[in-house]
Ligand binder design. Structure first.
Ligand code: URP
Ligand code: ZN
Ligand code: ZN
Ligand code: ZN
Length: 484
């Protein structure tokens, strides 16, 4: 049975044009005028775009003594409700555990996904087993990205020697390292000092993680990656200091990408000073929300291309879970939601305001990350042969965001009350209509794992350049006899 999306305007990362899109077998088979199919999806007055890819989610993740509340079933339902058709989750071995065992745990959870998914593998410790497992993970399990936490001291954090060793291994394998860039040693010191001084509320979370800890760690990770010969993807870039380091690196020809979150683009630090403890704690995440100058920097990065992808870091905890930290902010589980809201909120605050174009919107929500992760044009494209992962965005279908109507399993929404100007009319995941005229029909278990090969174009180019410029002994014509 074929499906045809008719009368819409196709918007890709580089083109905007009127065309119908014909789908069969889960793939786009034709794009052009006046197409017909067995089932017609009417896209009059709508934009037909590649489905969103959220490169940063934590579904059912064990973290800070609990598990994030959205699992692969509810999390991917939320994704589809908001036009996101692929998520990349972090597979997280406990320090000391094998990467392959962690992968089995994630495979057991992800069977319930309603949209396609892939994994980044976290490097939470270092040793010969990790070194060996990285090769197996890359060559046999379709994962070409490895995440490193420079924060969460005593838990997930890795040190500089471990970063360097792992980044070098990534370079050898044609994989790309990712970093959570915050100086975990300084955060630990600031946290202890704040608590000792009686700063126990959620606002102290923000004080414990100033922009400097992020800027310093981002710059350090960039320099270590450069010395190791690896590209680098910096997750949740939240401030000018970090953006500045990324910008400078890019201008020097280093292969570095930055990923602001939609939460950081729109919500600011004043949330932490709300008198309602729950309100503030629900917004505790790392890095914390920043002020308007930092937000302006992030928007400028998206417009100029020095920042590449907008993610959510969806790591949702219920109010009850957040209350583990009453009396001690450092025990508030870190994380916020946003999967369902990323596209409508970015459209409203980005495209509607003229901060970014529609094509830049597609680039930063889908196409850029598909290229970085080496799954383009299977994902991130409206092209013949691409997966029919499509969002038909209606720019006139307003909605007020509310926890009472969301698909996410938690009891609040950090964007509560925000009126978005655009919402999806249709969302297709490999041809299956998961949002049908605004109605959510996500099918648990429909999602498939997206395997991603190593040695993408950037990895290949960088390793060639690093080989060419590597230290070499000088061929000398005469060597003096050793002195006596
Ligand atoms: O606060 C956050 N971001 N929680 C999720 C884990 C992480 O650091 O990405
Ligand atoms: Zn068919
Ligand atoms: Zn993080
Ligand atoms: Zn994260």
């Amino acid at each position: 049975m074929t499906k045809v999306i008719k009368n819409g305007t196709v918007v890709t990362a580089d083109l905007t044009y009127k065309a119908d899109v014909l789908i069969d077998g889960g793939k786009i088979i034709e794009i052009g005028p006046d197409l017909s199919g067995d089932e017609v999806l009417d896209a009059t007055d709508c934009f037909v775009m590649p489905g969103g890819i959220d490169p940063h989610t934590h579904l059912e993740m064990p973290f800070m003594g609990t598990y994030s509340a959205d699992d692969f079933a509810t999390g991917t339902r939320a994704a589809l409700a908001g036009g996101t058709t692929m998520v990349v989750d972090f597979c997280l071995p406990s320090p000391g555990d094998s990467l392959l065992d962690a992968l089995k745990v994630w495979d057991n959870k992800s069977g319930r996904a309603a949209c396609d998914y892939s994994y980044h593998m976290a490097i939470t410790w270092w040793g010969e087993q990790v070194f060996d497992d990285m090769k197996t993970i890359t060559e046999e399990h379709g994962i070409n990205t490895f995440k490193h936490f420079m924060a969460y001291k005593g838990a997930l954090m890795v040190n500089d020697d471990e970063l360097y060793a792992s980044f070098k291994r990534c370079a050898e394998l044609g994989a790309t390292p990712l970093v959570h860039a915050e100086n975990g040693d300084v955060v630990a010191e600031l946290t202890a000092k704040l608590l000792a001084e009686g700063n126990t509320g959620p606002e102290a979370h923000a004080y414990s993680r100033p922009p400097q800890v992020e800027g310093e760690a981002t710059n350090r990770a960039i320099m270590i990656a450069d010395m190791a010969g690896a590209p680098l993807y910096v997750v949740h870039t939240s401030c000018e200091e970090s953006h500045e380091a990324i910008r400078r690196a890019k201008m020097q020809g280093k292969r570095v990408w930055g990923e602001p979150l939609v939460q950081h683009l729109v919500l600011d630090e004043s949330e932490y000073f709300n008198e309602d403890w729950d309100h503030a704690a629900r917004r505790v995440m790392s890095p914390p929300f920043r002020n308007k100058q930092h937000q302006d920097s992030l928007w400028a990065g998206l417009a100029s291309g020095t920042l590449s992808c907008v993610a959510t870091d969806h790591c949702a905890f219920t109010t009850d879970q957040k209350r583990y930290g009453v009396g001690d902010f450092s025990k508030i589980p870190n994380g916020t939601g946003g999967l369902e809201d990323r596209l409508p909120v970015l459209w409203t605050y980005g495209v509607e305001t003229g901060r970014i174009t529609m094509n830049e919107f597609v680039a930063v929500t889908s196409t850029n990350i598909a290229k970085i992760l080496n799954c383009y044009p299977k994902k991130g494209a409206i092209l013949v042969g691409a997966d029919a992962d499509i969002v038909v965005m209606d720019p006139n279908a307003k909605k007020t965001i509310s926890a009472s109507t969301q698909a996410s399993a938690i009891d609040y929404n950090v964007f509560e009350g925000v009126e978005v100007s655009a919402t999806p009319r249709y969302v297709l995941t490999r041809g299956y209509v998961a949002v049908d005229n605004g109605e959510l029909k996500a099918k648990e278990g429909h999602g498939e794992f997206v395997a991603r090969d190593p040695n993408g174009t950037v990895n290949t180019a960088l390793s060639k350049w690093k080989d060419l410029t590597a230290p070499r002994p000088v061929e000398r014509t005469g060597i003096p006899a050793t002195g006596v």
